[in-house]
Design a protein. Structure first.
Length: 608
């Protein structure tokens, strides 16, 4: 069926400022082209040879770009001089007024980046009128639709999505449609023009589509696409996300510089470690219900936070300080211990090296020699023990740590237990409550064990009253959000669910390790604890680890942690957070293919 296309490109794109102050949003670069260029290329690929482009803001820039890059495409320009005060309903009405409505029409907005299969599926649909949609997920905004029996059953523009609007089960429109010439000429065009002229010229054209959605003769089919195939570029954040998706060779660099925010990137993330079985659906539902009140409320004072956390930890609140994530303690310790000799394991969590740049390093090979620690305690004023250690997974007996502290009362032992819940070792806190040792401080992040890294929750425990008081003095009045505080209150109620989730994580670690050991070139898998495993490969070059990570990310949208350069032996190692079985299997399948590619196609990689 012959098709022509309409591209709406009139808007000023205020949300894209300051990037759009001196260039049209659609002309921002993506890879080797621009947002607009990629859209026109995709339209051309499905046979569109006639374009109607509605201009407004920086109209000449748009015309010059299309003239120089697409001289062989017939382009009609329609200028909306009222682009500052009207909405897209006017732009679309003006486009249809100017066109010969003798072909089906593909309607697109200029800020869309799409993979070719989006338009291919649209063109091949057997329905006369089609809207491209995606299942709604966090981060989307704009017009939302409901779908019944494959057709649009309801259209909800942003101003109709009130506080009680339920997004579950809805779909986001991509603002890409295909309309039959009969529908456009007999119904859409006249109603759209009348509405824009006589009713409201500052609304979305979807208002008219909502009016027509219930008419059986002109019903609109829903063509559902995957989130990985498109991005709407409304603001500079969207542009960064778009570059992650449409410039695959930039993905490693983007993630390396972000240290988080991965919800923005459509990837399967094995690099960060968090309990995959908690929070439970019931816990999420409870938090969702409480959210409106929580975000309008201040959190409590520190002593109240300490009391609530102590109930979960089962200790005296006088021995504890709640932290806004365990990392909050690092600058405090750096200041307090700056003149002391500090020892830290290597490798370990990078914040310890940043906190104590002059520290003595003791080896985790993997495996820590307790006798070496015993000797070190005679020289170091402070010793950091990460138990289990990250990224090695090495676990030290809690009993051995207690004995070290007893034998060296003048040395302070900072025991980081952020990963201990999934190990077979018990926390040292219960021992210290019964048998106080003032030279032991326990640091715990709850982000991992509770699967809540976004809420930043942890605590310091010690029987050293001076240390606990000093840390408390360095904390602000409102140190935790009301959301994190409410979650802390709920931990006691959900303790059985938390314990069940930890048991499931241990089982998942074992099954994951078995699957990894079955892969070619995997020589060892560490499953000591921590909610993660460390896979060691037969290749003996760190370059292989970097290549594995790059290929998994660029080719499969899977992020892993390459820790090859963190160990002295130079072996290739990946640290992999444990996820649910289906996701773990997706990684195993992708990793097997990538290992085959490296072995057969890149024999020199291991020699770099």
């Amino acid at each position: 069926t012959p098709m022509q296309a309409v591209i709406l490109a009139a808007g000023r794109a205020r949300r894209m400022q300051p990037l759009s102050d001196h260039v049209h949003k659609a002309l921002l670069p993506i890879g080797q082209t621009t947002i607009l260029g990629r859209l026109v290329d995709n339209l051309h690929s499905i046979g569109v040879r006639h374009l109607t482009v509605v201009t407004g803001y920086r109209a000449q820039d748009v015309r010059d770009y299309l003239a120089s890059h697409y001289p062989d495409i017939e382009i009609r320009y329609v200028h909306n001089s009222r682009f500052e005060t009207t909405n897209n309903i006017v732009s679309l009405a003006m486009a249809l007024d100017s066109m010969n409505l003798d072909e089906d029409i593909v309607l697109c907005e200029c800020d869309l980046l799409i993979e070719p299969e989006v338009l291919t599926g649209l063109a091949q649909s057997g329905e006369p009128n089609v809207a491209v949609v995606d299942r709604w997920h966090t981060g989307m905004d704009g017009t939302v639709v409901t779908v019944k029996d494959g057709f649009i059953s309801g259209v909800f523009t942003p101003d109709s999505q009130g506080a009680d609007f339920v997004y579950d089960g809805t779909y986001k429109t991509l603002n890409i449609y295909r309309f039959s010439k009969e529908f456009v000429s007999s119904t859409l065009h006249p109603i759209l023009s009348a509405y824009a002229t006589s009713v409201d010229d500052n609304c979305y054209y979807e208002v008219v589509l909502a009016m027509l959605a219930g008419i059986p003769k002109w019903r609109i089919a829903a063509h559902v696409v995957a989130s990985s195939t498109w991005i709407e570029v409304d603001d500079p954040n969207d542009l960064e996300i778009a570059r992650f998706h449409f410039e695959p060779d930039s993905r490693c660099k983007i993630l390396d510089g972000s240290f988080g925010g991965h919800w923005n990137f459509r990837l399967l993330d094995f690099s960060f470690i968090a309990n995959p079985f908690f929070p439970t659906p019931a816990f999420i539902a409870m938090m969702r219900h409480a959210l409106p009140e929580l975000i309008a409320s201040y959190g409590s004072a520190q002593h109240v936070l300490n009391r609530k956390m102590a109930l979960y930890v089962q200790c005296d609140s006088a021995h504890l300080q709640v932290l806004n994530g365990a990392s909050q303690l690092f600058p405090i310790l750096r200041h307090r211990w700056s003149q002391d000799t500090v020892a830290v394991p290597t490798p370990t969590f990078g914040e310890y090296a940043r906190c104590f740049p002059a520290a003595i390093q003791y080896a985790d090979r993997p495996g820590v020699d307790i006798e070496e620690l015993d000797d070190l305690a005679d020289r170091a004023r402070r010793i950091v023990i990460v138990n289990p250690n990250n990224p090695s997974g090495t676990v030290i007996s809690t009993v051995d740590i207690v004995k070290l502290a007893q034998d060296h009362p003048r040395t302070t032992f900072l025991v980081d237990e952020s990963f201990i819940a999934t190990s077979l070792q018990s926390s040292i806190v219960s021992i210290l409550e019964a048998e106080p040792l003032s030279n032991v401080a326990v640091l715990t992040s709850l982000s991992k064990v509770l699967g809540i890294p976004g809420l930043r929750l942890g605590y310091l425990y010690s029987r050293d009253t001076e240390l606990v008081a000093a840390v408390g003095a360095d904390l602000p009045v409102w140190n935790n959000s009301s959301i994190a505080e409410f979650l802390t209150e709920m931990l006691i109620k959900y303790r059985p669910a938390i314990e069940q989730s930890i048991a499931k994580t241990r089982e998942a670690m074992s099954a994951f390790a078995t699957g990894l050991m079955a892969l070619p070139t995997v020589s060892n898998v560490s499953t000591g604890a921590g909610g993660f495993v460390v896979a060691t490969f037969a290749q003996d070059s760190p370059a292989v680890g970097a290549e594995l990570r790059r290929r998994l990310l660029e080719g499969y949208g899977i992020e892993v942690k390459d820790v090859s350069g963190r160990f002295a032996d130079g072996r290739t190692r990946l640290r992999l957070g444990v996820r649910r079985a289906k996701e773990n299997q997706r990684l195993l399948s992708a990793l097997e293919r990538v290992l085959g590619e490296i072995t057969t196609c890149s024999p020199g990689v291991g020699e770099q």
